[in-house]
Write a protein that binds this ligand. Structure first.
Ligand SMILES: Cc1cc2nc3c(=O)[nH]c(=O)nc-3n(C[C@H](O)[C@H](O)[C@H](O)COP(=O)(O)OP(=O)(O)OC[C@H]3O[C@@H](n4cnc5c(N)ncnc54)[C@H](O)[C@@H]3O)c2cc1C
Length: 449
């Protein structure tokens, strides 16, 4: 098996980079589904990644800070419920029922009940208080959608697999995860070629023959798995003329997920002394989270940084920053804009998000030693995901059915992997794409036999 990657290292969104002695995760900041019987755990141990990667678990994983309330998502559901109890005693039975439904219902029942619903409809069934609804909507930032648009099924799976079973972190940074998988791949005879961009998938009589890179190298193969952006796969690599009409129609109709704006900062101070919260912080300065997420989905920008995510891996892995220093990443979901827009707005928006972060981490900007920004355009350039999409297709009810973009395509020998495959639930994220990749491999192996 040969993997051809256009970047200098494997991982796409799941990579890390170093600057000034600080190590930052490019995008992915946490892994989910690693509990006993969790989907990623199975793959992790099957590949014996435990021999290469040490995983820690943050507790709390996420802390949600909103005006008047701080709620920690703990590694035990009981402790998380207790956090809600302290904050919303009157609503606690509803919250418990809601969490029980999400965590204890078997998948088939969840699927039948939730497939055509939005997360808002689900919330309305269980939760009465508007503030609690807003708080429970905040983690939908992980799929970049307001509750009235988000698929209830995908959101419930997100809660189950990434919120209640999240917070796993590979010591050394996210690159360790991608590198560990690459090492196993090579040990089993796989070959990886980096810094090589594929420009075409070669076809003859509607069958794949191989791929050709931009530097004109041809790699022949009976089976091609495209793990890159789906529009690129069909419209550029295959070419519009060779694409079955069904796919063209879907590509035209379907909406990609939103992108993200990230500010990476290295600070020359040990923030442990001035900031007591650990793990990832969701900070919303108002309860209008639904409006903020909806505005982004409609093409707007959260220019006043109303709802931000702060990740701080060096708090739990001291090797990620020089002694007595810390690395932080400030993130908000964002729509895609052109180069000129980001040239004009990049600094303004990074100052806005920093100012917002200072409301909970006092004087943060005083300690900045290093700062860099990634816009949706940066994400696009790095991964070629359409419009810098962070999570494949937007996880709305009409876009999750597995018949839309299953792994086996109508072009003989061409298979899909990546967060652009639809599989009925769990649209994006590392554990989902790992499962999709494994399924794709199994489909091909069955065909070969
Ligand atoms: C800001 C942000 C934060 C996130 N946080 C999390 C998180 O904490 N946890 C989580 O589970 N998920 C998170 N996600 C989602 C997650 O990153 C993605 O769903 C997942 O990584 C997608 O993996 P992928 O392999 O499908 O695609 P990608 O990561 O996009 O990888 C595609 C790869 O294909 C390569 N490629 C593209 N075109 C070509 C070509 N023509 N030739 C050769 N190579 C090519 C790219 O260089 C890239 O390496 C986050 C996403 C973003 C943007």
């Amino acid at each position: 098996v040969l993997i051809v990657e256009k970047n200098s290292k494997p991982g796409g969104y799941c990579t890390s980079f170093e600057k000034d002695g600080f190590r930052f995760d490019s995008c992915v900041h946490s892994l989910g589904s690693l509990r006993e019987n969790g989907a990623l755990r199975k793959i992790f141990f099957d590949l014996e990644l435990d021999k290469k990667i040490k995983i820690i678990r943050l507790n709390p994983f996420d802390t949600i800070i909103v005006p008047g309330h701080t709620i920690r998502i703990m590694s035990s559901l009981k402790d998380t419920i207790n956090e809600f109890h302290i904050n919303f005693p009157k609503e606690i039975e509803n919250i418990k029922n809601f969490f029980n439904f999400i965590t204890k219902t078997d998948f088939l029942t969840l699927y039948i009940k939730l497939k055509n619903k939005t997360f808002k409809e689900l919330l309305d069934e269980y939760i009465f208080e508007e503030k609690v609804k807003a708080i429970l909507t905040i983690p939908l930032g992980n799929i970049g959608l307001p509750s009235k648009a988000a698929s209830a099924l995908v959101s419930a799976i997100l809660y189950r697999e990434f919120i209640f079973d999240g917070g796993y972190y590979p010591l050394g940074g996210m690159q360790r995860f991608s590198d560990g998988i690459t090492e196993v791949f090579k040990e089993h005879g796989g070959k990886l070629i980096c810094s090589t961009k594929i420009k075409k998938i070669l076809l003859k009589n509607k069958k794949v023959l191989g791929v050709i890179s931009e530097d004109e190298n041809i790699f022949s193969s009976k089976y091609i798995v495209s793990n890159c952006d789906i529009r690129q796969t069909f419209l550029n690599l295959i070419g519009r003329d060779n694409v079955p009409y069904k796919y063209l129609k879907l590509l035209n109709r379907m909406t990609p997920s939103v992108s993200a704006f990230l500010v990476y900062i290295g600070v020359n101070k040990n923030l442990n002394k001035i900031f007591k919260e650990k793990g990832n912080i969701w900070y919303a300065s108002s309860y209008k989270v639904e409006n903020v997420y909806n505005n982004i989905l409609q093409g707007g920008i959260d220019s006043s940084s109303t709802c931000i995510l702060i990740t701080s891996p060096s708090f739990h892995d001291s090797n990620l920053a020089p002694e007595n220093k810390q690395s932080l990443t400030l993130i908000f979901n964002s729509s895609f804009k052109n180069k000129k827009y980001w040239e004009n707005k990049k600094i303004i928006l990074s100052n806005s998000i920093l100012k917002r972060a200072e409301e909970i981490i006092e004087d943060l900007s005083k300690y900045i030693q290093f700062k860099d920004v990634a816009t949706p355009l940066t994400l696009y350039k790095y991964t070629l995901n359409y419009k810098g999409a962070a999570y494949g297709w937007a996880a709305i009810p009409s876009q999750i059915d597995k018949t839309l973009f299953p792994q086996k395509t109508e072009i003989e020998g061409l298979f899909l992997a990546s967060h652009w495959c639809t599989r009925g639930a769990g649209q994006s994220g590392v554990s989902t794409v790992a499962c999709i990749g494994k399924d794709t491999a199994q489909i091909i192996l069955k065909e070969k036999i």
